[in-house]
Design a binder for this molecule. Structure first.
Ligand code: HEC
Length: 397
């Protein structure tokens, strides 16, 4: 076995051809990057042509080697949870060699298909937030909660949704929820620091550019009662100029009939959180046994600045252990929409374990005047959160 691997490596190095843009690099970018890096898209520049890519070759090599791009390190053993898988080692080697060997163009192939905006489907419902949110030109990313008036005339199931931002690069994540307590009417648009403070049972799902869109499995959905409204928490990223933070919400719905399966949320976590200053590493861990078969469609973690890693593992009744969801380096300014491409089944008897790691060491040691205090649970700008919310449907009906 070992000799096989070694000889495979050696022959790969010896026989490896010189990668070119058209033959080797463009297919990688088309597969894993252009979903965001297209003209007018959610990223700062397009990677659709040879010239555009060559100009940034060194930077592309750096972000690839450091696993910064594609920007998702949410992993699962059970299914795909982001549109882009990480670059494979073959792809990394191809990019590295291509840059080192002088960014050869190669034999020109057909042009990359320009990225298609998903078409609006007839019969979907278009909603908008009431206020026109402004995204300031500079500063740190920030969260706003916006009211989306709806008030359906009968109980309705939300089956899927898409967000169409007016300034795609300025909107990084949208968490959509039912406004059970009319918070939007009471508070208007308000800054949330990353948590609306509403009950997870009211969540519908999350949306991020370049991630799988949220959708309920066939024959199921999230129930919105007659007369209710929606609320969205939006993560905005300043782009260098002031932007319109508005968006269209394209909802696909159906009348609630009582025969469909309704989405539920299971929340693993705590409000009893105290992380002493200078404590470098602390893990909070929660377990739960499933009392019936379920299918899991999405995961919404809630954590803030000093969380470092989030894991959800499943000990299956068969004795096997699987990673349901893992974010290897949590970055609250880079939250994705953690929707499974296809909902995944977990059998009755499975033991779920959610773990969140925190690090409250003094990261500001370069500035002796800045001190990180003890961090507590809360909704304020300097507080922490500790939840892994799991959206599921009871199966076998
Ligand atoms: C999910 C959307 C998305 C995907 C997929 C994606 N990018 Fe990006 N990329 C961004 C955004 C947004 C930025 C802006 C940086 C930021 O805001 O953090 C960025 C920034 C970059 C940068 C500039 C980094 C810097 O330090 O200035 C490079 C280079 C890059 N991406 C290359 C890639 C490559 C190569 C791929 C595919 C392997 C890729 N990206 C996939 C969204 C994406």
């Amino acid at each position: 076995m070992i000799t096989e691997i070694v000889s495979g490596l050696v022959s790969g190095l010896v026989q490896g051809h010189s990668p070119t843009y058209y033959q080797d690099i463009r297919p990688i970018l088309a597969d894993k990057c252009i979903v965001c890096h297209y003209e007018g898209g959610p990223s700062p520049f397009s990677l659709e042509t040879f010239d555009l890519v060559r100009r940034r070759a060194a930077l592309i090599q750096t972000v690839a080697m450091t696993n910064v791009m594609p920007p998702t390190d949410a992993l699962s053993d059970l299914g795909r949870i982001a549109k882009q898988d990480a670059l494979t080692s073959e792809e990394l080697i191809a990019i590295q060699k291509w840059v080192r060997q002088g960014t050869q163009k190669g034999e020109e192939g057909e042009a990359v298909e320009p990225r298609q905006q998903a078409e609006r489907v007839d019969g979907t419902l278009l909603l908008r937030p009431t206020v026109a949110a402004k995204v300031r030109s500079s500063g740190a990313p920030f969260w706003l909660s916006l009211r989306i008036p709806w008030s359906p005339k009968e109980d309705t199931l939300v089956k899927s949704f898409v967000i169409r931002p007016r300034a795609p690069f300025a909107v990084r994540q949208v968490l959509l929820a039912r406004d059970d307590y009319e918070l939007g009417a009471k508070r208007g648009a308000f800054e949330t620091y990353g948590s609306m403070g509403i009950d997870a049972n009211a969540f519908i799902g999350a949306w991020s550019p370049g991630y799988f869109d949220w959708h309920a499995p066939g024959g199921s959905g999230v129930l919105v009662r007659k007369g209710q409204n929606l609320i969205a928490q939006v993560l905005y990223v300043p782009t260098g100029k002031e932007e319109d933070g508005g968006f269209d919400l394209d909802l696909s719905t159906e009348k609630a009939a009582g025969s469909q399966r309704i989405a539920r949320w299971m929340s693993m976590g705590t409000t009893q959180l105290t992380i002493p200053w200078r404590l470098e590493f602390q893990t909070f861990s929660f377990t739960r046994r499933l009392s019936r078969d379920v299918v899991v469609s999405a995961i919404v973690p809630e954590a803030r600045a000093i969380a470092t890693q989030i894991r959800l593992t499943a000990a299956l009744p068969s004795g096997e252990s699987k990673t349901v969801f893992k974010i290897g380096s949590w970055d609250r300014n880079w939250m994705g929409a953690y929707n499974f491409e296809h909902a995944v089944k977990l059998p009755k008897g499975t033991i779920l374990k959610a773990e969140i790691d925190y690090d409250n060491a003094d990261h500001s040691s370069f500035d002796p005047n800045v001190k990180t205090p003890t961090v507590h649970y809360g909704l304020g700008p300097n507080d922490e959160m500790c939840w892994v919310h799991i959206q599921y449907f009871e199966s076998g009906r």
